[in-house]
Design a protein around this ligand. Structure first.
Ligand code: 6PG
Length: 250
């Protein structure tokens, strides 16, 4: 499974190119199905992409109207906290759209990490369905330590507790603040039709090379695969700076 093909795109116009790729993926799903299930990534990298995507959605509002929005991870901070991934995506994308009620599925940060993870797993099972639930598109970022979503290096190596084995959403602890997180599990991500990593900046060049070329499986991002789908990486030229071989467009 880990050797399934990976598509790497190096984009000079990273935010616009990434937004177009996301839009194309959604249009492709919606040609075959009534609704699409999407999980948004957190962190700062996707924010300009979301602002570009909001512009594309403005020109074709039928697309976002048929999307269920989830988050691939969240920090367990109070609602309204600027560090929340839900807040960021709402400000950059969702607040600018007419998303029908019942199509936004933020995690519920109010409980304990384990309770929040279990709650979100139930919400995913309720809305997406299937065994395991299959997202059409999961967006992910990449930390300079090789984490993705909120799966940190020690999570990749740790024997998942019995409760977590097969879990779709897990409670994790980040090395830095905010520490308490919930995250899609490797299992849930692997079930997706399409996974897109969005990575930019020269600070990520070394870890991109460790993941994509050295395939360093001590890094959670190197363990991401899509069993029956595709994993894409959209990089700006700085983040791709450590890659040896030329990687053109998709
Ligand atoms: C989070 C994200 C996390 C993020 C990486 C990269 O909640 O922080 O889900 O996985 O994508 O840490 O963050 P930047 O894009 O801010 O570098």
């Amino acid at each position: 499974m880990a050797n399934r093909p990976v598509a790497v795109e190096v984009a000079e116009d990273f935010p616009a190119r990434a937004a177009r790729r996301i839009m194309d993926s959604l249009r492709s799903v919606l040609r075959q199905r009534d609704v699409a299930f999407v999980a948004l990534a957190g962190g700062q990298t996707p924010r300009p992409v979301y602002r570009e995507l909001a512009r594309l959605f403005d020109s074709d509002p039928e697309v976002p109207r048929r999307v269920h929005f989830f988050w691939s991870d969240e920090r367990l901070v109070p609602t309204g906290d600027a560090r929340s991934n839900v807040n960021a995506a709402t400000a950059d994308l969702l607040a600018r759209l007419e998303v029908p009620p019942g199509r936004l599925h933020p995690p519920n940060p109010a409980n304990s990490p384990v309770a929040a993870a279990q709650w979100y797993e139930r919400e995913i099972r309720r809305v997406v369905g299937g065994e395991p639930p299959q997202f059409d598109l999961i967006l992910l970022g990449l930390g300079s330590d090789g984490h993705t979503a909120s799966l940190f290096p020690e999570d990749a190596d740790s024997e998942l507790s019995a409760a977590d084995k097969g879990a779709l959403v897990v409670a994790t602890t980040a090395p830095g603040q905010p520490r308490e997180r919930i995250s899609f599990s490797f299992e849930l991500i692997a079930a997706a039709r399409e996974v897109i990593f969005l990575v930019s900046g020269k600070g990520k060049a070394e870890v991109v090379s460790r993941v994509l070329e050295m395939r360093d499986r001590s890094l959670p991002a190197a363990r991401i695969a899509a069993r029956n789908g595709i994993v894409r990486w959209i990089l700006d030229s700085e983040a791709a700076g450590g890659l040896r071989q030329e990687t053109g467009g998709a």
